[in-house]
Design a binder for this molecule. Sequence first.
Ligand SMILES: N[C@@H](CCC[C@H](N)C(=O)O)C(=O)O
Length: 348
Amino acid sequence: MNDSFFCGNLETLNDFLVGVRRLKIEVIKCHGSGNDFLLIDEWNNDYSFSEVERSHLAKALCSRDTDLGADGILYVMKSEHADGRMRVFNSDGSEASMCGNGLRCVARYICEYTQQDSALIETMKADLMVQREKDIYPEIPTYLVEISPVSFKAQDLPLNIDQESLLNEKLPTLTEEVSFTAVAVPNPHLIAVVNQQQLSSELQRELSEYVNGPNELFPDGVNVSFVKPLKKGEIFVRTFERGVGFTNACGTAMSASTLVSCLQELNEFEKPVEVYNNGGKVRCVAHRKGETYQIDLIGNASYVYRTTVEIDLRVPNEFKLTPKVEYVEEIERYAKLQEQVKEYLERV
Ligand SMILES: N[C@@H](CCC[C@H](N)C(=O)O)C(=O)O
């Protein structure tokens, strides 16, 4: 009996004993307004990752130094009471309670899988309604997702200040240059309405890196958005995301920014606001009933490619990919939308 037999057997036995986790993971690269994600269907592929594996996979597969790269991973899971469940992990491996652009991608995936035009999707803190919408651009899959619950209580971010909330006020320990509103939707957002000079400066990066490092104000970090009003019914939003850094767009941030713009009477509740960003644009509608708020986030849910990741979860940084199968027409159509947005922003 030659060595390879024993080696083979020993390796197999050793693999079993040490719990080797060699897997082939189906991945869909998708994006909402250029905020890109790897969508992994744990439910129908029966992957059943551990908590640590989900976080390590996010760090390994989202790294822009690999042939994959993304702002985060969307894990689609079975729900005991809704049509499906979404968990979102940032590229640094941290889990977030909500992801607006990602939820539109999960909404498309679940609606197409169940052949429904609407669904209820379980997220960390709420079951949220999602539905197929009229295309915002010819033949670009478009979905509406509910963004809620909304809280302006500082403790709900958390934000450590000696007052209940922060509503268009200065945070002197951070900067005297702009005023902020703090809101949880339910992930945490710090939002400033700014002018072009402030948007073009390094201020957003400097303060974002501070509040997402060791600091007294935001112990869990925070997504930081600068909002530039374009005209009535139109804003531009740039976001430095907790757990990621600057992204093309952040759905919960654009929703929260729309709400803040309505509270500051730059826009109107119940009316659509076109939210431009570095990845394209979305439409938001902020709703207010008494002291209760909710935002509709409407925008694309685009697929880019499918691939299979061949990986040993004990060493997740060493993975191989099968050839990517691109959604060529979707890529081309979305590029046309981005070109239109770019031309518009150069004029406005
Ligand atoms: N880009 C997402 C938000 C993802 C989570 C966020 N970075 C956080 O940590 O709260 C979105 O589209 O909302």
